[in-house]
Design a protein around this ligand. Structure first.
Ligand SMILES: C[S@@+](CC[C@H](N)C(=O)[O-])C[C@H]1O[C@@H](n2cnc3c(N)ncnc32)[C@H](O)[C@@H]1O
Length: 284
């Protein structure tokens, strides 16, 4: 069986059901239906639950769409993640890109980060979005740099940091590859680095990010930023298989320990929905 990385501590989130190209999820008090290309099987749960969802995302183009909401559904609402190591608070919002400001499967990475960092360690989050990994690292006392191209997304994370009772994260609104290269030139290194590069994207000055063209450069520069004994967590939602990620990292960091597999969410009926490929690299 392929290795599956699954979050196990969520109480405020649940993947209630998946199938027919969609998922039915509960984020806090709000249930949502969103398209999912890997929910390839028939739905198995109660069909009424799907009909009663508070919000349904309806695509209008390849990467965007509209939300149809039931009366009284909030535009913004809170969610909390609690485990032995972490207590994080986020505000969610329905975006035109189908996301709500949180990738719940990432909680398994948050636990990995919390377990593998110590107070005062340096941690870098590239392509950081609303910052679950940054908050997890900060909560265990790491010095955190959070880099994303979009200022509004960084402002959203800042609010999540404050909601979580944290402070002191350093914000970088910049093209992730450019920033990583600059850090390498300065000779900076990190005990933990997380990166979640999208298939395509734009830096704040219009720098084009295209995964297939820049991935090897990114891996090389990130490998050079990793301190001895440090770790990298890299995942991608772009369809690159875990074995390919593993090979690229084995070449970039010979001798490192590498785990790879699929980052998944499990439905209440026990079906695993793959959300992307994941690699965890530990440098000796
Ligand atoms: C898939 S999301 C990352 C999700 C994140 N792992 C999480 O758990 O919240 C990709 C992020 O990359 C950012 N991004 C896209 N192109 C970028 C670039 N060239 N430099 C920096 N960030 C970029 C987007 O703004 C977006 O927030």
């Amino acid at each position: 069986m392929t290795t599956r990385f699954l979050p196990t501590h969520w109480r405020d989130y649940a993947l209630l059901d998946a199938g027919h190209g969609k998922r039915l999820e509960r984020f806090g008090e709000v249930t949502v239906v969103r398209p999912d290309p890997f929910a390839l099987w028939p739905t198995a749960g109660d069909p009424r639950a799907w009909k009663q969802a508070d919000a349904t995302f309806e695509p209008t183009g390849r990467n965007h769409g509209k939300w149809r909401t039931a009366p009284g559904t909030p535009k913004r609402w809170p969610i909390r993640y609690r485990s032995e190591a972490l207590d994080l608070a986020f505000e969610l919002e329905m975006t035109q890109f189908k996301h709500v400001g949180l990738f719940p499967e990432q909680a398994d990475n948050w636990e990995f980060i919390a377990t593998n960092l110590q107070e005062g360690d340096k941690f870098l989050n590239l392509f950081a979005y609303t910052g679950g990994a940054s908050l997890a690292a900060r909560q265990v006392g790491a010095d955190v740099i959070h880099c994303d191209a979009i200022r509004q997304v960084v402002d959203w994370t800042r609010k999540n940091m404050e909601r979580s009772g944290l402070d002191g994260i350093r914000w970088v609104v910049e093209d992730a590859l450019k920033f990583a290269r600059r850090e390498a030139k300065r000779g900076n290194t990190y005990q933990g680095i997380v990166l979640d590069p999208p298939t395509w994207g734009l830096g704040p000055k219009g720098e084009k990010w295209k995964l297939e063209d820049q991935l090897l450069d990114l891996i090389d520069v990130v490998a050079s930023l990793l301190a001895p004994g440090g770790f990298v967590v890299m995942n991608t939602y772009s369809g690159i298989p875990p074995s390919a990620l593993e090979t690229m990292w084995a070449l970039a960091l010979p001798g490192a320990s590498i785990q790879s597999g699929e980052l998944c969410l499990r439905t209440e009926l026990g079906h695993d929905l793959s959300t992307g490929s994941l690699v965890r690299v530990q440098r000796h």
